[in-house]
Design a protein around this ligand. Structure first.
Ligand code: KG4
Ligand code: ZN
Length: 345
């Protein structure tokens, strides 16, 4: 039996994305349009503008994806879309578009969890794949979680942030440092010019047991440092480096605990912050030291994209359509998902 050709739509935040993928033919298209310019003047994502722009772009990006893949709409067998978590209005445009398309083509549509997309994205690298069971460290603009992946699609929460997500902490701290949106990559670039040892910052929640995180205090410490130390460029770079190192050390310490507590060998890192080079190096070093393994998505798949949604759909699809309603969820726990269907080899 041939595997379905999947068209996926991602519109949960500020990237409009369409991908075409099948397990047999592989990656046929992965188009991403970033709304960065639209939101930059506002200093952050404006949900209403994001939703309107998704709807404006989607038909063109779909066309682009089909052309890139050399396919037509009638070649598609299954449509996948991000149904949450994310911005409600933004999610609804993608979900409405995807469902209407599926209805018109008389093919099934399947609702996908955005973070499951991120979590499975390292598996798209067929040369180096983690082995089940494994640990997942999810670090994005909205999430910071350590998960045990005990079986395909079966997630158990080990720890999560009690306040800001890592990406959010990067973005807010970048703003304090006067950097433009989106702050994460900007802050990382500034940190590369700085000395991480000049200003000592705490590694939050590491002196008590458990795998939960808290990052909002760091942001306050940075605000105080900026007030005390003035704003010459080198001081800003040193503060950025100190902040980044504090976050990275904290993530490494909690990941070490996850390795210890589960006894699992493999750790998968995913979400926008998994693009951070300092984090990648530190986790790689920690894994090497302990005889463990760490897996990252290819850099191009760290940010939001529809390929990860198509891939998750390929794992999840069991021949059944999602119910015929355009239900999207701003909040949605990964632990609420059913396991992946068992496939015959
Ligand atoms: O997964 P993602 O693209 O969107 C969400 O689902 O949230 O993650 C975006 C987050 C933003 O907060 C962004 O600043 C952060 O990932 N980010 C980074 C880096 N690249 C993106 N944070 C730190 N260092 C980076 N290199
Ligand atoms: Zn994301």
């Amino acid at each position: 039996m041939t595997t379905p050709l999947i068209l996926a739509v991602e519109s949960s935040c500020d990237e409009t994305a369409v991908a075409l993928y099948s397990a047999d033919e592989g990656i046929l298209a992965n188009e991403v349009y970033s709304q960065i310019e639209l939101h930059r003047v506002h200093g952050g994502v404006v949900p209403e503008l994001a939703a309107r722009d998704h709807l404006r772009r989607l038909p063109h990006i779909l066309q682009q994806a089909l052309e890139r893949a050399g396919k037509t709409l009638t070649d598609i067998n299954l449509i996948a879309y991000t149904a949450g978590p994310g911005l409600l209005g933004a999610l609804m445009t993608g979900a409405g578009y995807a469902r209407a398309l599926a209805y018109g083509l008389n093919i099934p549509a399947i609702a996908i969890h955005h973070m499951e997309g991120h979590l499975l994205s390292p598996l798209l690298d067929t040369a180096a794949r983690p082995q089940l069971p494994y640990i997942a460290l999810l670090v994005s603009g909205g999430h910071t979680q350590l998960m045990a992946v005990d079986a395909p699609g079966s997630y158990r929460l080990l720890g999560q942030t009690l306040d800001d997500a890592v990406g959010e902490a990067f973005d807010k701290t970048a703003k304090l440092l006067g950097l433009p949106y989106p702050g994460g990559p900007e802050l990382a670039a500034l940190a590369a010019q700085g000395n991480a040892d000049r200003f000592p910052l705490p590694r939050p929640m590491t002196n008590r047991p458990g795998m939960d995180f808290s990052f909002s205090g760091l942001k306050t410490q940075v605000r105080l440092l900026i007030e005390e130390q003035g704003d010459d460029p080198q001081t800003h770079a040193d503060i950025a480096a100190a902040f980044q190192q504090a976050v990275v050390d904290t993530l490494v310490i909690k990941s070490r605990r996850a390795w210890q507590e589960t006894g699992y060998r493999d750790l998968v890192v995913a979400g926008g912050v998994s693009a951070n080079r300092t984090l990648r190096q530190a986790l790689q070093q920690e894994a090497d030291k302990r005889g463990k393994r760490v897996y990252f998505p290819p850099l191009a798949l760290c940010g939001d994209n529809a390929l990860m949604i198509a891939y998750a759909a390929a794992q999840r699809y069991d021949g059944h359509d999602s119910p015929l309603n355009i239900a999207v969820k701003a909040r949605w726990d990964l632990t609420d998902l059913p396991p992946h269907p068992i496939r015959q080899p």
